[in-house]
Structures are given as C-alpha cells and as structure tokens.
Design a protein around this ligand. Structure first.
Ligand SMILES: Cc1cc2nc3c(=O)[nH]c(=O)nc-3n(C[C@H](O)[C@H](O)[C@H](O)COP(=O)(O)OP(=O)(O)OC[C@H]3O[C@@H](n4cnc5c(N)ncnc54)[C@H](O)[C@@H]3O)c2cc1C
Length: 509
C-alpha cells in the first residue's frame, strides 16, 4: 500500500480539476484519478458564470478562458413577426471584472484547467477507476482498478467524489440521490447555422416549447438545444431531423450544417441526501444534477470544489480544526438545493404544455420581459442570481458578524466584491486576508501582532487606506475562497481574535 495521502480526488471533470488546482496551490499531498482514458471532447456545459471566472482567477486561468470564449450580451426572442432583444446582463454592474456570461465548451474549459495542472506538475491518472472504498479508523482505503484489471490499494485521509452523476463514492458510502427524471427527451447539437445574428443567444418560442441557439465558437459556431417533438420518437439524431425542427420554429429561415456533435438525452433533478459521510465528500454532479436551464451545473460543481479544497488542505496541514470541514455541507447544500429549485422552475416554464403557461410563454413573456427588466435594480438582482455572484454564506457557522457590523458595504458571509477594482486580485493569493479599512496609523503592527500570533503566515494583512469597500474604520477577514468570514466596525480586534481561535486554533498561544 502506498503512503497515506491527504486527499484522493475521484474524477477529473471540471469539479475534480478545480479541486486539484486548489489542493496544489496549498501544497496538499493528493492524487487525482479518472477512469476514462481521455478528457471530455464534447461541448457539454457551454457557459461559465461570472462568479466562476472570479473564483478561478486566483489560479491565473481566467484570462485564458476569456481569450478562448465568447461573451454574449444579448438575448434575441424570436416571435411571429417580430424579434424582442433583451440585455442578458446588467452592464452597469461595477463590482466584478467579469460582467458577462462566457460561452465556452466544457471541452475547452477542461483543457485550460488540465494545462494549468500540467504546468504545476500535477498528473491526472487516467484509466484508474475507483471500485471500492473502506473507511478505517483514521483513513480510507480505496481500491483503484486500471485498464488491464490490476488493482491498487490507496490509503488516504479524505476522499472527494467528483465522479459525476453515477458517483461510485456516493454509492459506496450509501448516500441517497433522491429526485426524478423529466419525461421529455432533448436534442442537442454543436453545428454551424446560416441566418443567425452572431454574438447573441437566440430563442424561438412556440406553443410546443422552445428552441435555443447559443454562440459557442468551438468545436462549432452554435449549440442548438430543443425538445424532441412527440411525432419523432424513433428518428435518429441526425441533421435532417434537426433541420426539420428548426424549420418548424423559424419558418425555414435557418440552414443547419457541419454538425460536430449530436445527441439526445433525458434530464433529471436529483440531490444527494448528504454531501459528506465521515471522511468522504461529494462535489459537483455527484451531489446534484438538474436541467441546464440557467447554465448552473458545471459552475456549481467548480464552486463546490473551491469551497472544499482549502478546508481539506488546512485541516490536513494542522492549520485548522476539523470543525471547518462541517461547514462544507452547511454552505454548499443550500446552494445545491436552490439550484435544483431554480432550474426546475425555469425548465417547467420552458417546456410545460399547460395552456396557461403556454400562453405566458408565447404571449405574455415577450411583452412583459422588456418592461420587467427595465429597472436596473431588478435586472441587477436577476443577474446576481444567475451569475452566482449573489451566493453568500451568511448563515454558515463559519460566518461571524462582529458586535458592531458596518452599516454599508459587504457583510459577513458575502463574497468580497471587486470594488474598488483590483481588490479581488489583491486577495487572490492562497490563505486568509485581513482587510483594514481607515487611516493606516490606526493599524500599527504592534496592535496586530498579538491577534495574529501563531497564524501570521496564514493571514496576509492589507491596509486599504481609502481603497476599501466599507466607509470608515472597519476590519474584515477574507477566507481563502473569497468570502468574508468576519466583519466588524472599529479597531477593537477581540472579536477577530475569537474568530481565529475558533477556526484556526492550532499553533496559537
Ligand atoms: C449531453 C450533456 C449536455 C450537457 N449540457 C450542459 C449545459 O448546457 N450546461 C451545463 O451547465 N451543464 C451541462 N451538462 C452537465 C455538465 O456537463 C456537468 O454539470 C459537469 O460535467 C459536471 O462536472 P463534474 O466534474 O461534477 O462531473 P463529470 O463531468 O461527470 O466528471 C466526472 C468524472 O468522473 C469520472 N469517473 C466516474 N466514475 C469514476 C470512478 N469510479 N473512478 C474514477 N473516475 C470516475 C468520469 O470519467 C468523469 O471524467 C451537460 C452534460 C451532458 C452529458
């Protein structure tokens, strides 16, 4: 048996790759294995949300993703006789460097993450399948099988199942995956389309359902998504069938050609009963699967990983208490449940055959949506939900408000905004970041030294001096994943010290 690892990452999809990138940044002893011999070559998830772009920026990969992708700013709703254009984003949003949805195929996203890992000397062990795991007193023994059938036993402190919808880790730990399958079948294709305006998402609404075209770029110009019409159940997913569907929705105005990928699939809405069983964790599709409405799936998985990785790393290094690991489920399970609810509602509106919903879809929505979205406040709130910028952990046990929380600016549990611009880059290095707002003479080293005793190498100190998201004298502690664990007004640091004593107690005093 090999020497015990800190973490075994099972699965090298987007969730496992993001987790590996974070574990590598913290110097953890880990391995990442995947049973498939090659990474995904199909487009699958086609959009990266602003919060994911922010969260990946610390690894230096976001610029490359943006360079390869295709930001779309408009939604064009095609109705009989007219086209309604809606802004897809609140362009006025000032607190993110990425106020757009980035269209990029999952294959490219995985390629960028894999290349990043390669430059950090991380090997993705392909052709290695987890077949069994056994939880011992202080470790987990995992059996890996390779392509020729030989097996290896790997001992590790923690296992993370990033192994997708049919997760072996989930099955081996007996965690339930309750939910349901939708009755409809969907058709999906990456192909070229003549007759579509570039740089926009196009949707065609009808009583029968919806047809979408998303600007993809690679491996083809467009992603087509449609519900399979009931009168075509036996037909193969080939270009003539797709052209027939497009003709029905668009009155023969589009020509489809050069398909790179065509498939049909059923959708599910399921969530894991728990995100953890002892030393085994679930993340990404292993924990939640749902419809692609709103492009949340891959993004939620990557953010699961980035919530968990630093916690595992710090606990394994002895820099944080085990209690920190309990906050993973407390923080991410509510996010997963809300994604399941949100995507289910959006899916139902898009596909229902209920006459009232059909009427709303084809007659009311196109008329009311532009009016409803006009107030910038409402547009901003909608954008924050879909972009995942609005995710917060205010109710997490690891979020503690000081006795005098500031009256404006980000609160405990919120994501640190990128305002003033550059604040996120300043706090992107691995570790915690203490932000000190107000005149620098208020924050002499002598005042900070006893508070950070024993943890000075884990907490970077930033005197913001006017470049602060809060007015006045405030101190805030940013977690390694960019969320605020503690925020208080004034220069009394007793509350901060109590917070550090609770969550990073090892080595103090
Ligand atoms: C046809 C299709 C279209 C999609 N379209 C969209 C979309 O438009 N928008 C969107 O957001 N999402 C979409 N998705 C979903 C999206 O692809 C997933 O949400 C995303 O891939 C989840 O990433 P993951 O890393 O959690 O899991 P996965 O990408 O499923 O990765 C799991 C990995 O684990 C490996 N693995 C599994 N079992 C084992 C084992 N026992 N041992 C070792 N390795 C194992 C697998 O080989 C795989 O590489 C689509 C998915 C499909 C299939």
């Amino acid at each position: 048996m090999t020497a015990p690892l800190d973490v075994l990452v099972v699965g090298a999809g987007p969730t496992g790759l993001a987790l590996a990138a974070q574990l590598r940044a913290y110097g953890s002893r880990f391995r990442i294995v995947d049973r498939s011999l090659d990474r995904v070559r199909e487009s699958r998830a086609l959009a990266i949300q602003p919060r994911t772009l922010e969260a990946l920026a610390g690894f230096g990969v976001t610029e490359e993703l943006v360079a390869r992708g295709n930001p779309a700013m408009r939604l064009r709703m095609h109705l009989p006789g007219r086209v309604v254009t809606l802004p897809l984003f609140d362009i006025g949003l000032t607190d993110t460097a990425y106020p757009f949805l980035l269209f990029l195929s999952q294959a490219e996203t995985e390629a960028v993450l894999s290349e990043h890992l390669a430059t950090r000397d991380v090997t993705i062990e392909r052709g290695a399948e987890l077949v069994r795991l056994e939880v011992k007193e202080s470790s987990v023994v995992c059996r890996l099988r390779d392509g020729d059938g030989s097996q290896e036993a790997v001992e590790t402190r923690y296992v993370v199942g990033c192994d997708g919808a049919h997760s072996t880790v989930r099955a081996q730990t007996g965690i339930g995956f309750e939910g349901y399958a939708y009755p409809q079948t969907f058709l999906l294709a990456d192909l070229e389309v003549d007759g579509l305006e570039p740089g926009a998402v196009h949707t065609y609404l009808s009583r029968a359902g919806m047809l979408f075209f998303f600007p993809l770029g690679s491996p083809a110009g467009w992603r087509m998504l449609a519900m399979r019409p009931p009168d075509t159940p036996e037909l193969e997913v080939e270009l003539p069938l797709l052209q027939k569907i497009a003709d029905r929705y668009t009155d023969d105005r589009l020509t489809l050609r050069d398909p790179a990928w065509m498939t049909d699939f059923r959708l599910h809405n399921r969530g894991a009963a728990s995100y953890r069983s002892g030393p085994c964790f679930l993340a990404g599709d292993a924990a939640h699967i749902h419809s692609p409405a709103g492009a949340q799936g891959m993004n939620t998985g990557i953010q699961d990983a980035l919530n968990l990785g630093w916690k595992l790393a710090l606990v394994c290094r002895g820099d944080a208490s085990e209690e920190l690991l309990g906050t993973y489920e407390a923080e991410r399970a509510p996010v997963g449940r809300s994604v399941l609810r949100f995507t289910d509602r959006a899916f139902s509106i898009g596909t229902s055959s209920n006459p009232l919903i059909r009427f709303g879809r084809t007659k009311l929505a196109p008329r009311l949506a532009p009016l409803a979205l006009r107030p910038p406040g409402l547009r901003g709130r909608l954008f924050r939900t879909v972009s995942e910028l609005g995710i917060h952990y205010r109710r997490s046990p690891a979020s503690t408000a000081g006795s005098r929380p500031p009256r404006s600016g980000p609160r405990t549990g919120d994501r640190l905004p990128d305002l003033p611009r550059g604040l996120q880059a300043r706090t992107a290095a691995p570790g915690w970041h203490l932000l000190l707002s107000g005149p620098p003479p208020l924050w002499p080293d002598e005042r900070l030294a006893p508070v950070l005793a024993g943890q000075a190498d884990l907490v970077a100190v930033h005197r913001l001096d006017g470049q602060s998201p809060w007015p006045g004298v405030v101190h805030g502690l940013v977690r390694p994943d960019g969320y605020l664990g503690y925020v208080a007004q004034g220069a009394d640091l007793d509350g901060l010290r109590a917070y550090l004593d609770r969550w990073l107690p090892t080595g103090r005093h």
